[in-house]
Design a protein around this ligand. Structure first.
Ligand code: HEC
Ligand code: HEC
Length: 220
């Protein structure tokens, strides 16, 4: 009987056997495709971020977020969530900046995340404090606060190493000029994105304490 229709039999027998491995291959290929797509997506994001940075951001923040001068904040080592949030806030006007409104105007949310991840990977340059006595006062305030005036320890939120978390900015290695300016702007509410916490804290600080913590953090 097999001799009558070998072809048909052959096909019927072959199909179920072939379907198993073939289906498995398809699933594996699809999974592999997802992994590869994920990897090339990340690569594409990184390439996109690099292109934006070398197109414009580097002028002020440096190609690796080290910053071209103390006029501009360092972005290297900053948590990507914080960087992306600040960019979104500059774009919406929630955070007013001297230059950043225009810079962030055309960025997409994906690009903001990609830029944040690009800068987070970069090494933070370490420089000694210009005024070590001032930095010593800042070290005290940073770790202990000032119990006589109600200033809390910065370390309580920003961490003992000032490395921050996803929702709290890293402060270590930032230029003292920028940190001091931001603290003053929190106090006057010129910096008004999510400033409730910092506004209250800085309101209790003296000019000396502000300059001192900034000096300490710059060399951290
Ligand atoms: C012309 C100089 C200039 C250029 C170019 C520039 N920035 Fe800025 N950026 C600044 C200044 C100045 C600040 C400080 C806030 C302010 O006063 O605007 C800042 C602040 C920031 C901050 C907030 C940092 C913090 O610690 O809160 C981020 C993030 C940022 N810039 C990202 C970028 C990105 C990404 C680009 C490129 C698309 C860029 N900047 C281009 C000058 C510049
Ligand atoms: C109760 C928690 C808390 C404490 C304590 C605290 N901070 Fe902050 N700080 C924050 C939060 C939250 C932000 C982020 C604001 C935002 O998202 O825009 C911030 C932001 C900052 C920034 C802006 C960073 C940047 O890159 O622009 C500086 C500078 C800063 N804090 C310094 C200090 C110093 C100095 C002290 C101690 C005197 C201190 N903070 C104590 C919660 C805290």
């Amino acid at each position: 009987m097999g001799g009558g229709k070998p072809g048909a039999h052959g096909v019927r027998l072959m199909t179920p056997r072939a379907r198993g491995p073939a289906a498995l291959h398809r699933v594996l290929a699809a999974l592999l495709g997802l992994v590869v797509a994920g990897a090339s997506w990340a690569q594409a994001d990184e390439a996109r971020a690099k292109k934006i940075v070398s197109g414009v951001c580097f002028l002020c923040h440096g190609a690796e977020g080290e910053s071209s001068s103390e006029m501009f904040p360092r972005l290297a080592g900053q948590h990507w969530e914080y960087t992306a949030k600040q960019l979104a806030n500059f774009q919406s006007g929630k955070r007013k900046g001297t230059a950043m409104g225009d810079m962030a105007a055309k960025l997409t949310p994906d690009e903001m995340v990609a830029l944040g991840k690009y800068f987070e990977k970069m090494a933070v340059p370490a420089e000694p404090a210009k005024d070590s006595d001032l930095a010593a006062v800042g070290k005290y305030v940073y770790h202990n606060g000032n119990k006589y005036s109600g200033v809390p320890a910065c370390a309580g939120c920003h961490g003992p190493q000032a490395l921050g978390t996803a929702s709290l900015p890293r402060l270590a290695g930032q230029y003292a000029v920028y940190t001091e300016a931001q603290l003053k702007q929190f106090s006057t509410r010129e910096r008004n994105n999510d400033n409730a916490v910092m506004h209250t804290i800085v309101g209790k600080m003296t000019a000396l304490e502000i300059a001192a913590v900034a000096q300490y953090l710059g060399a951290k």
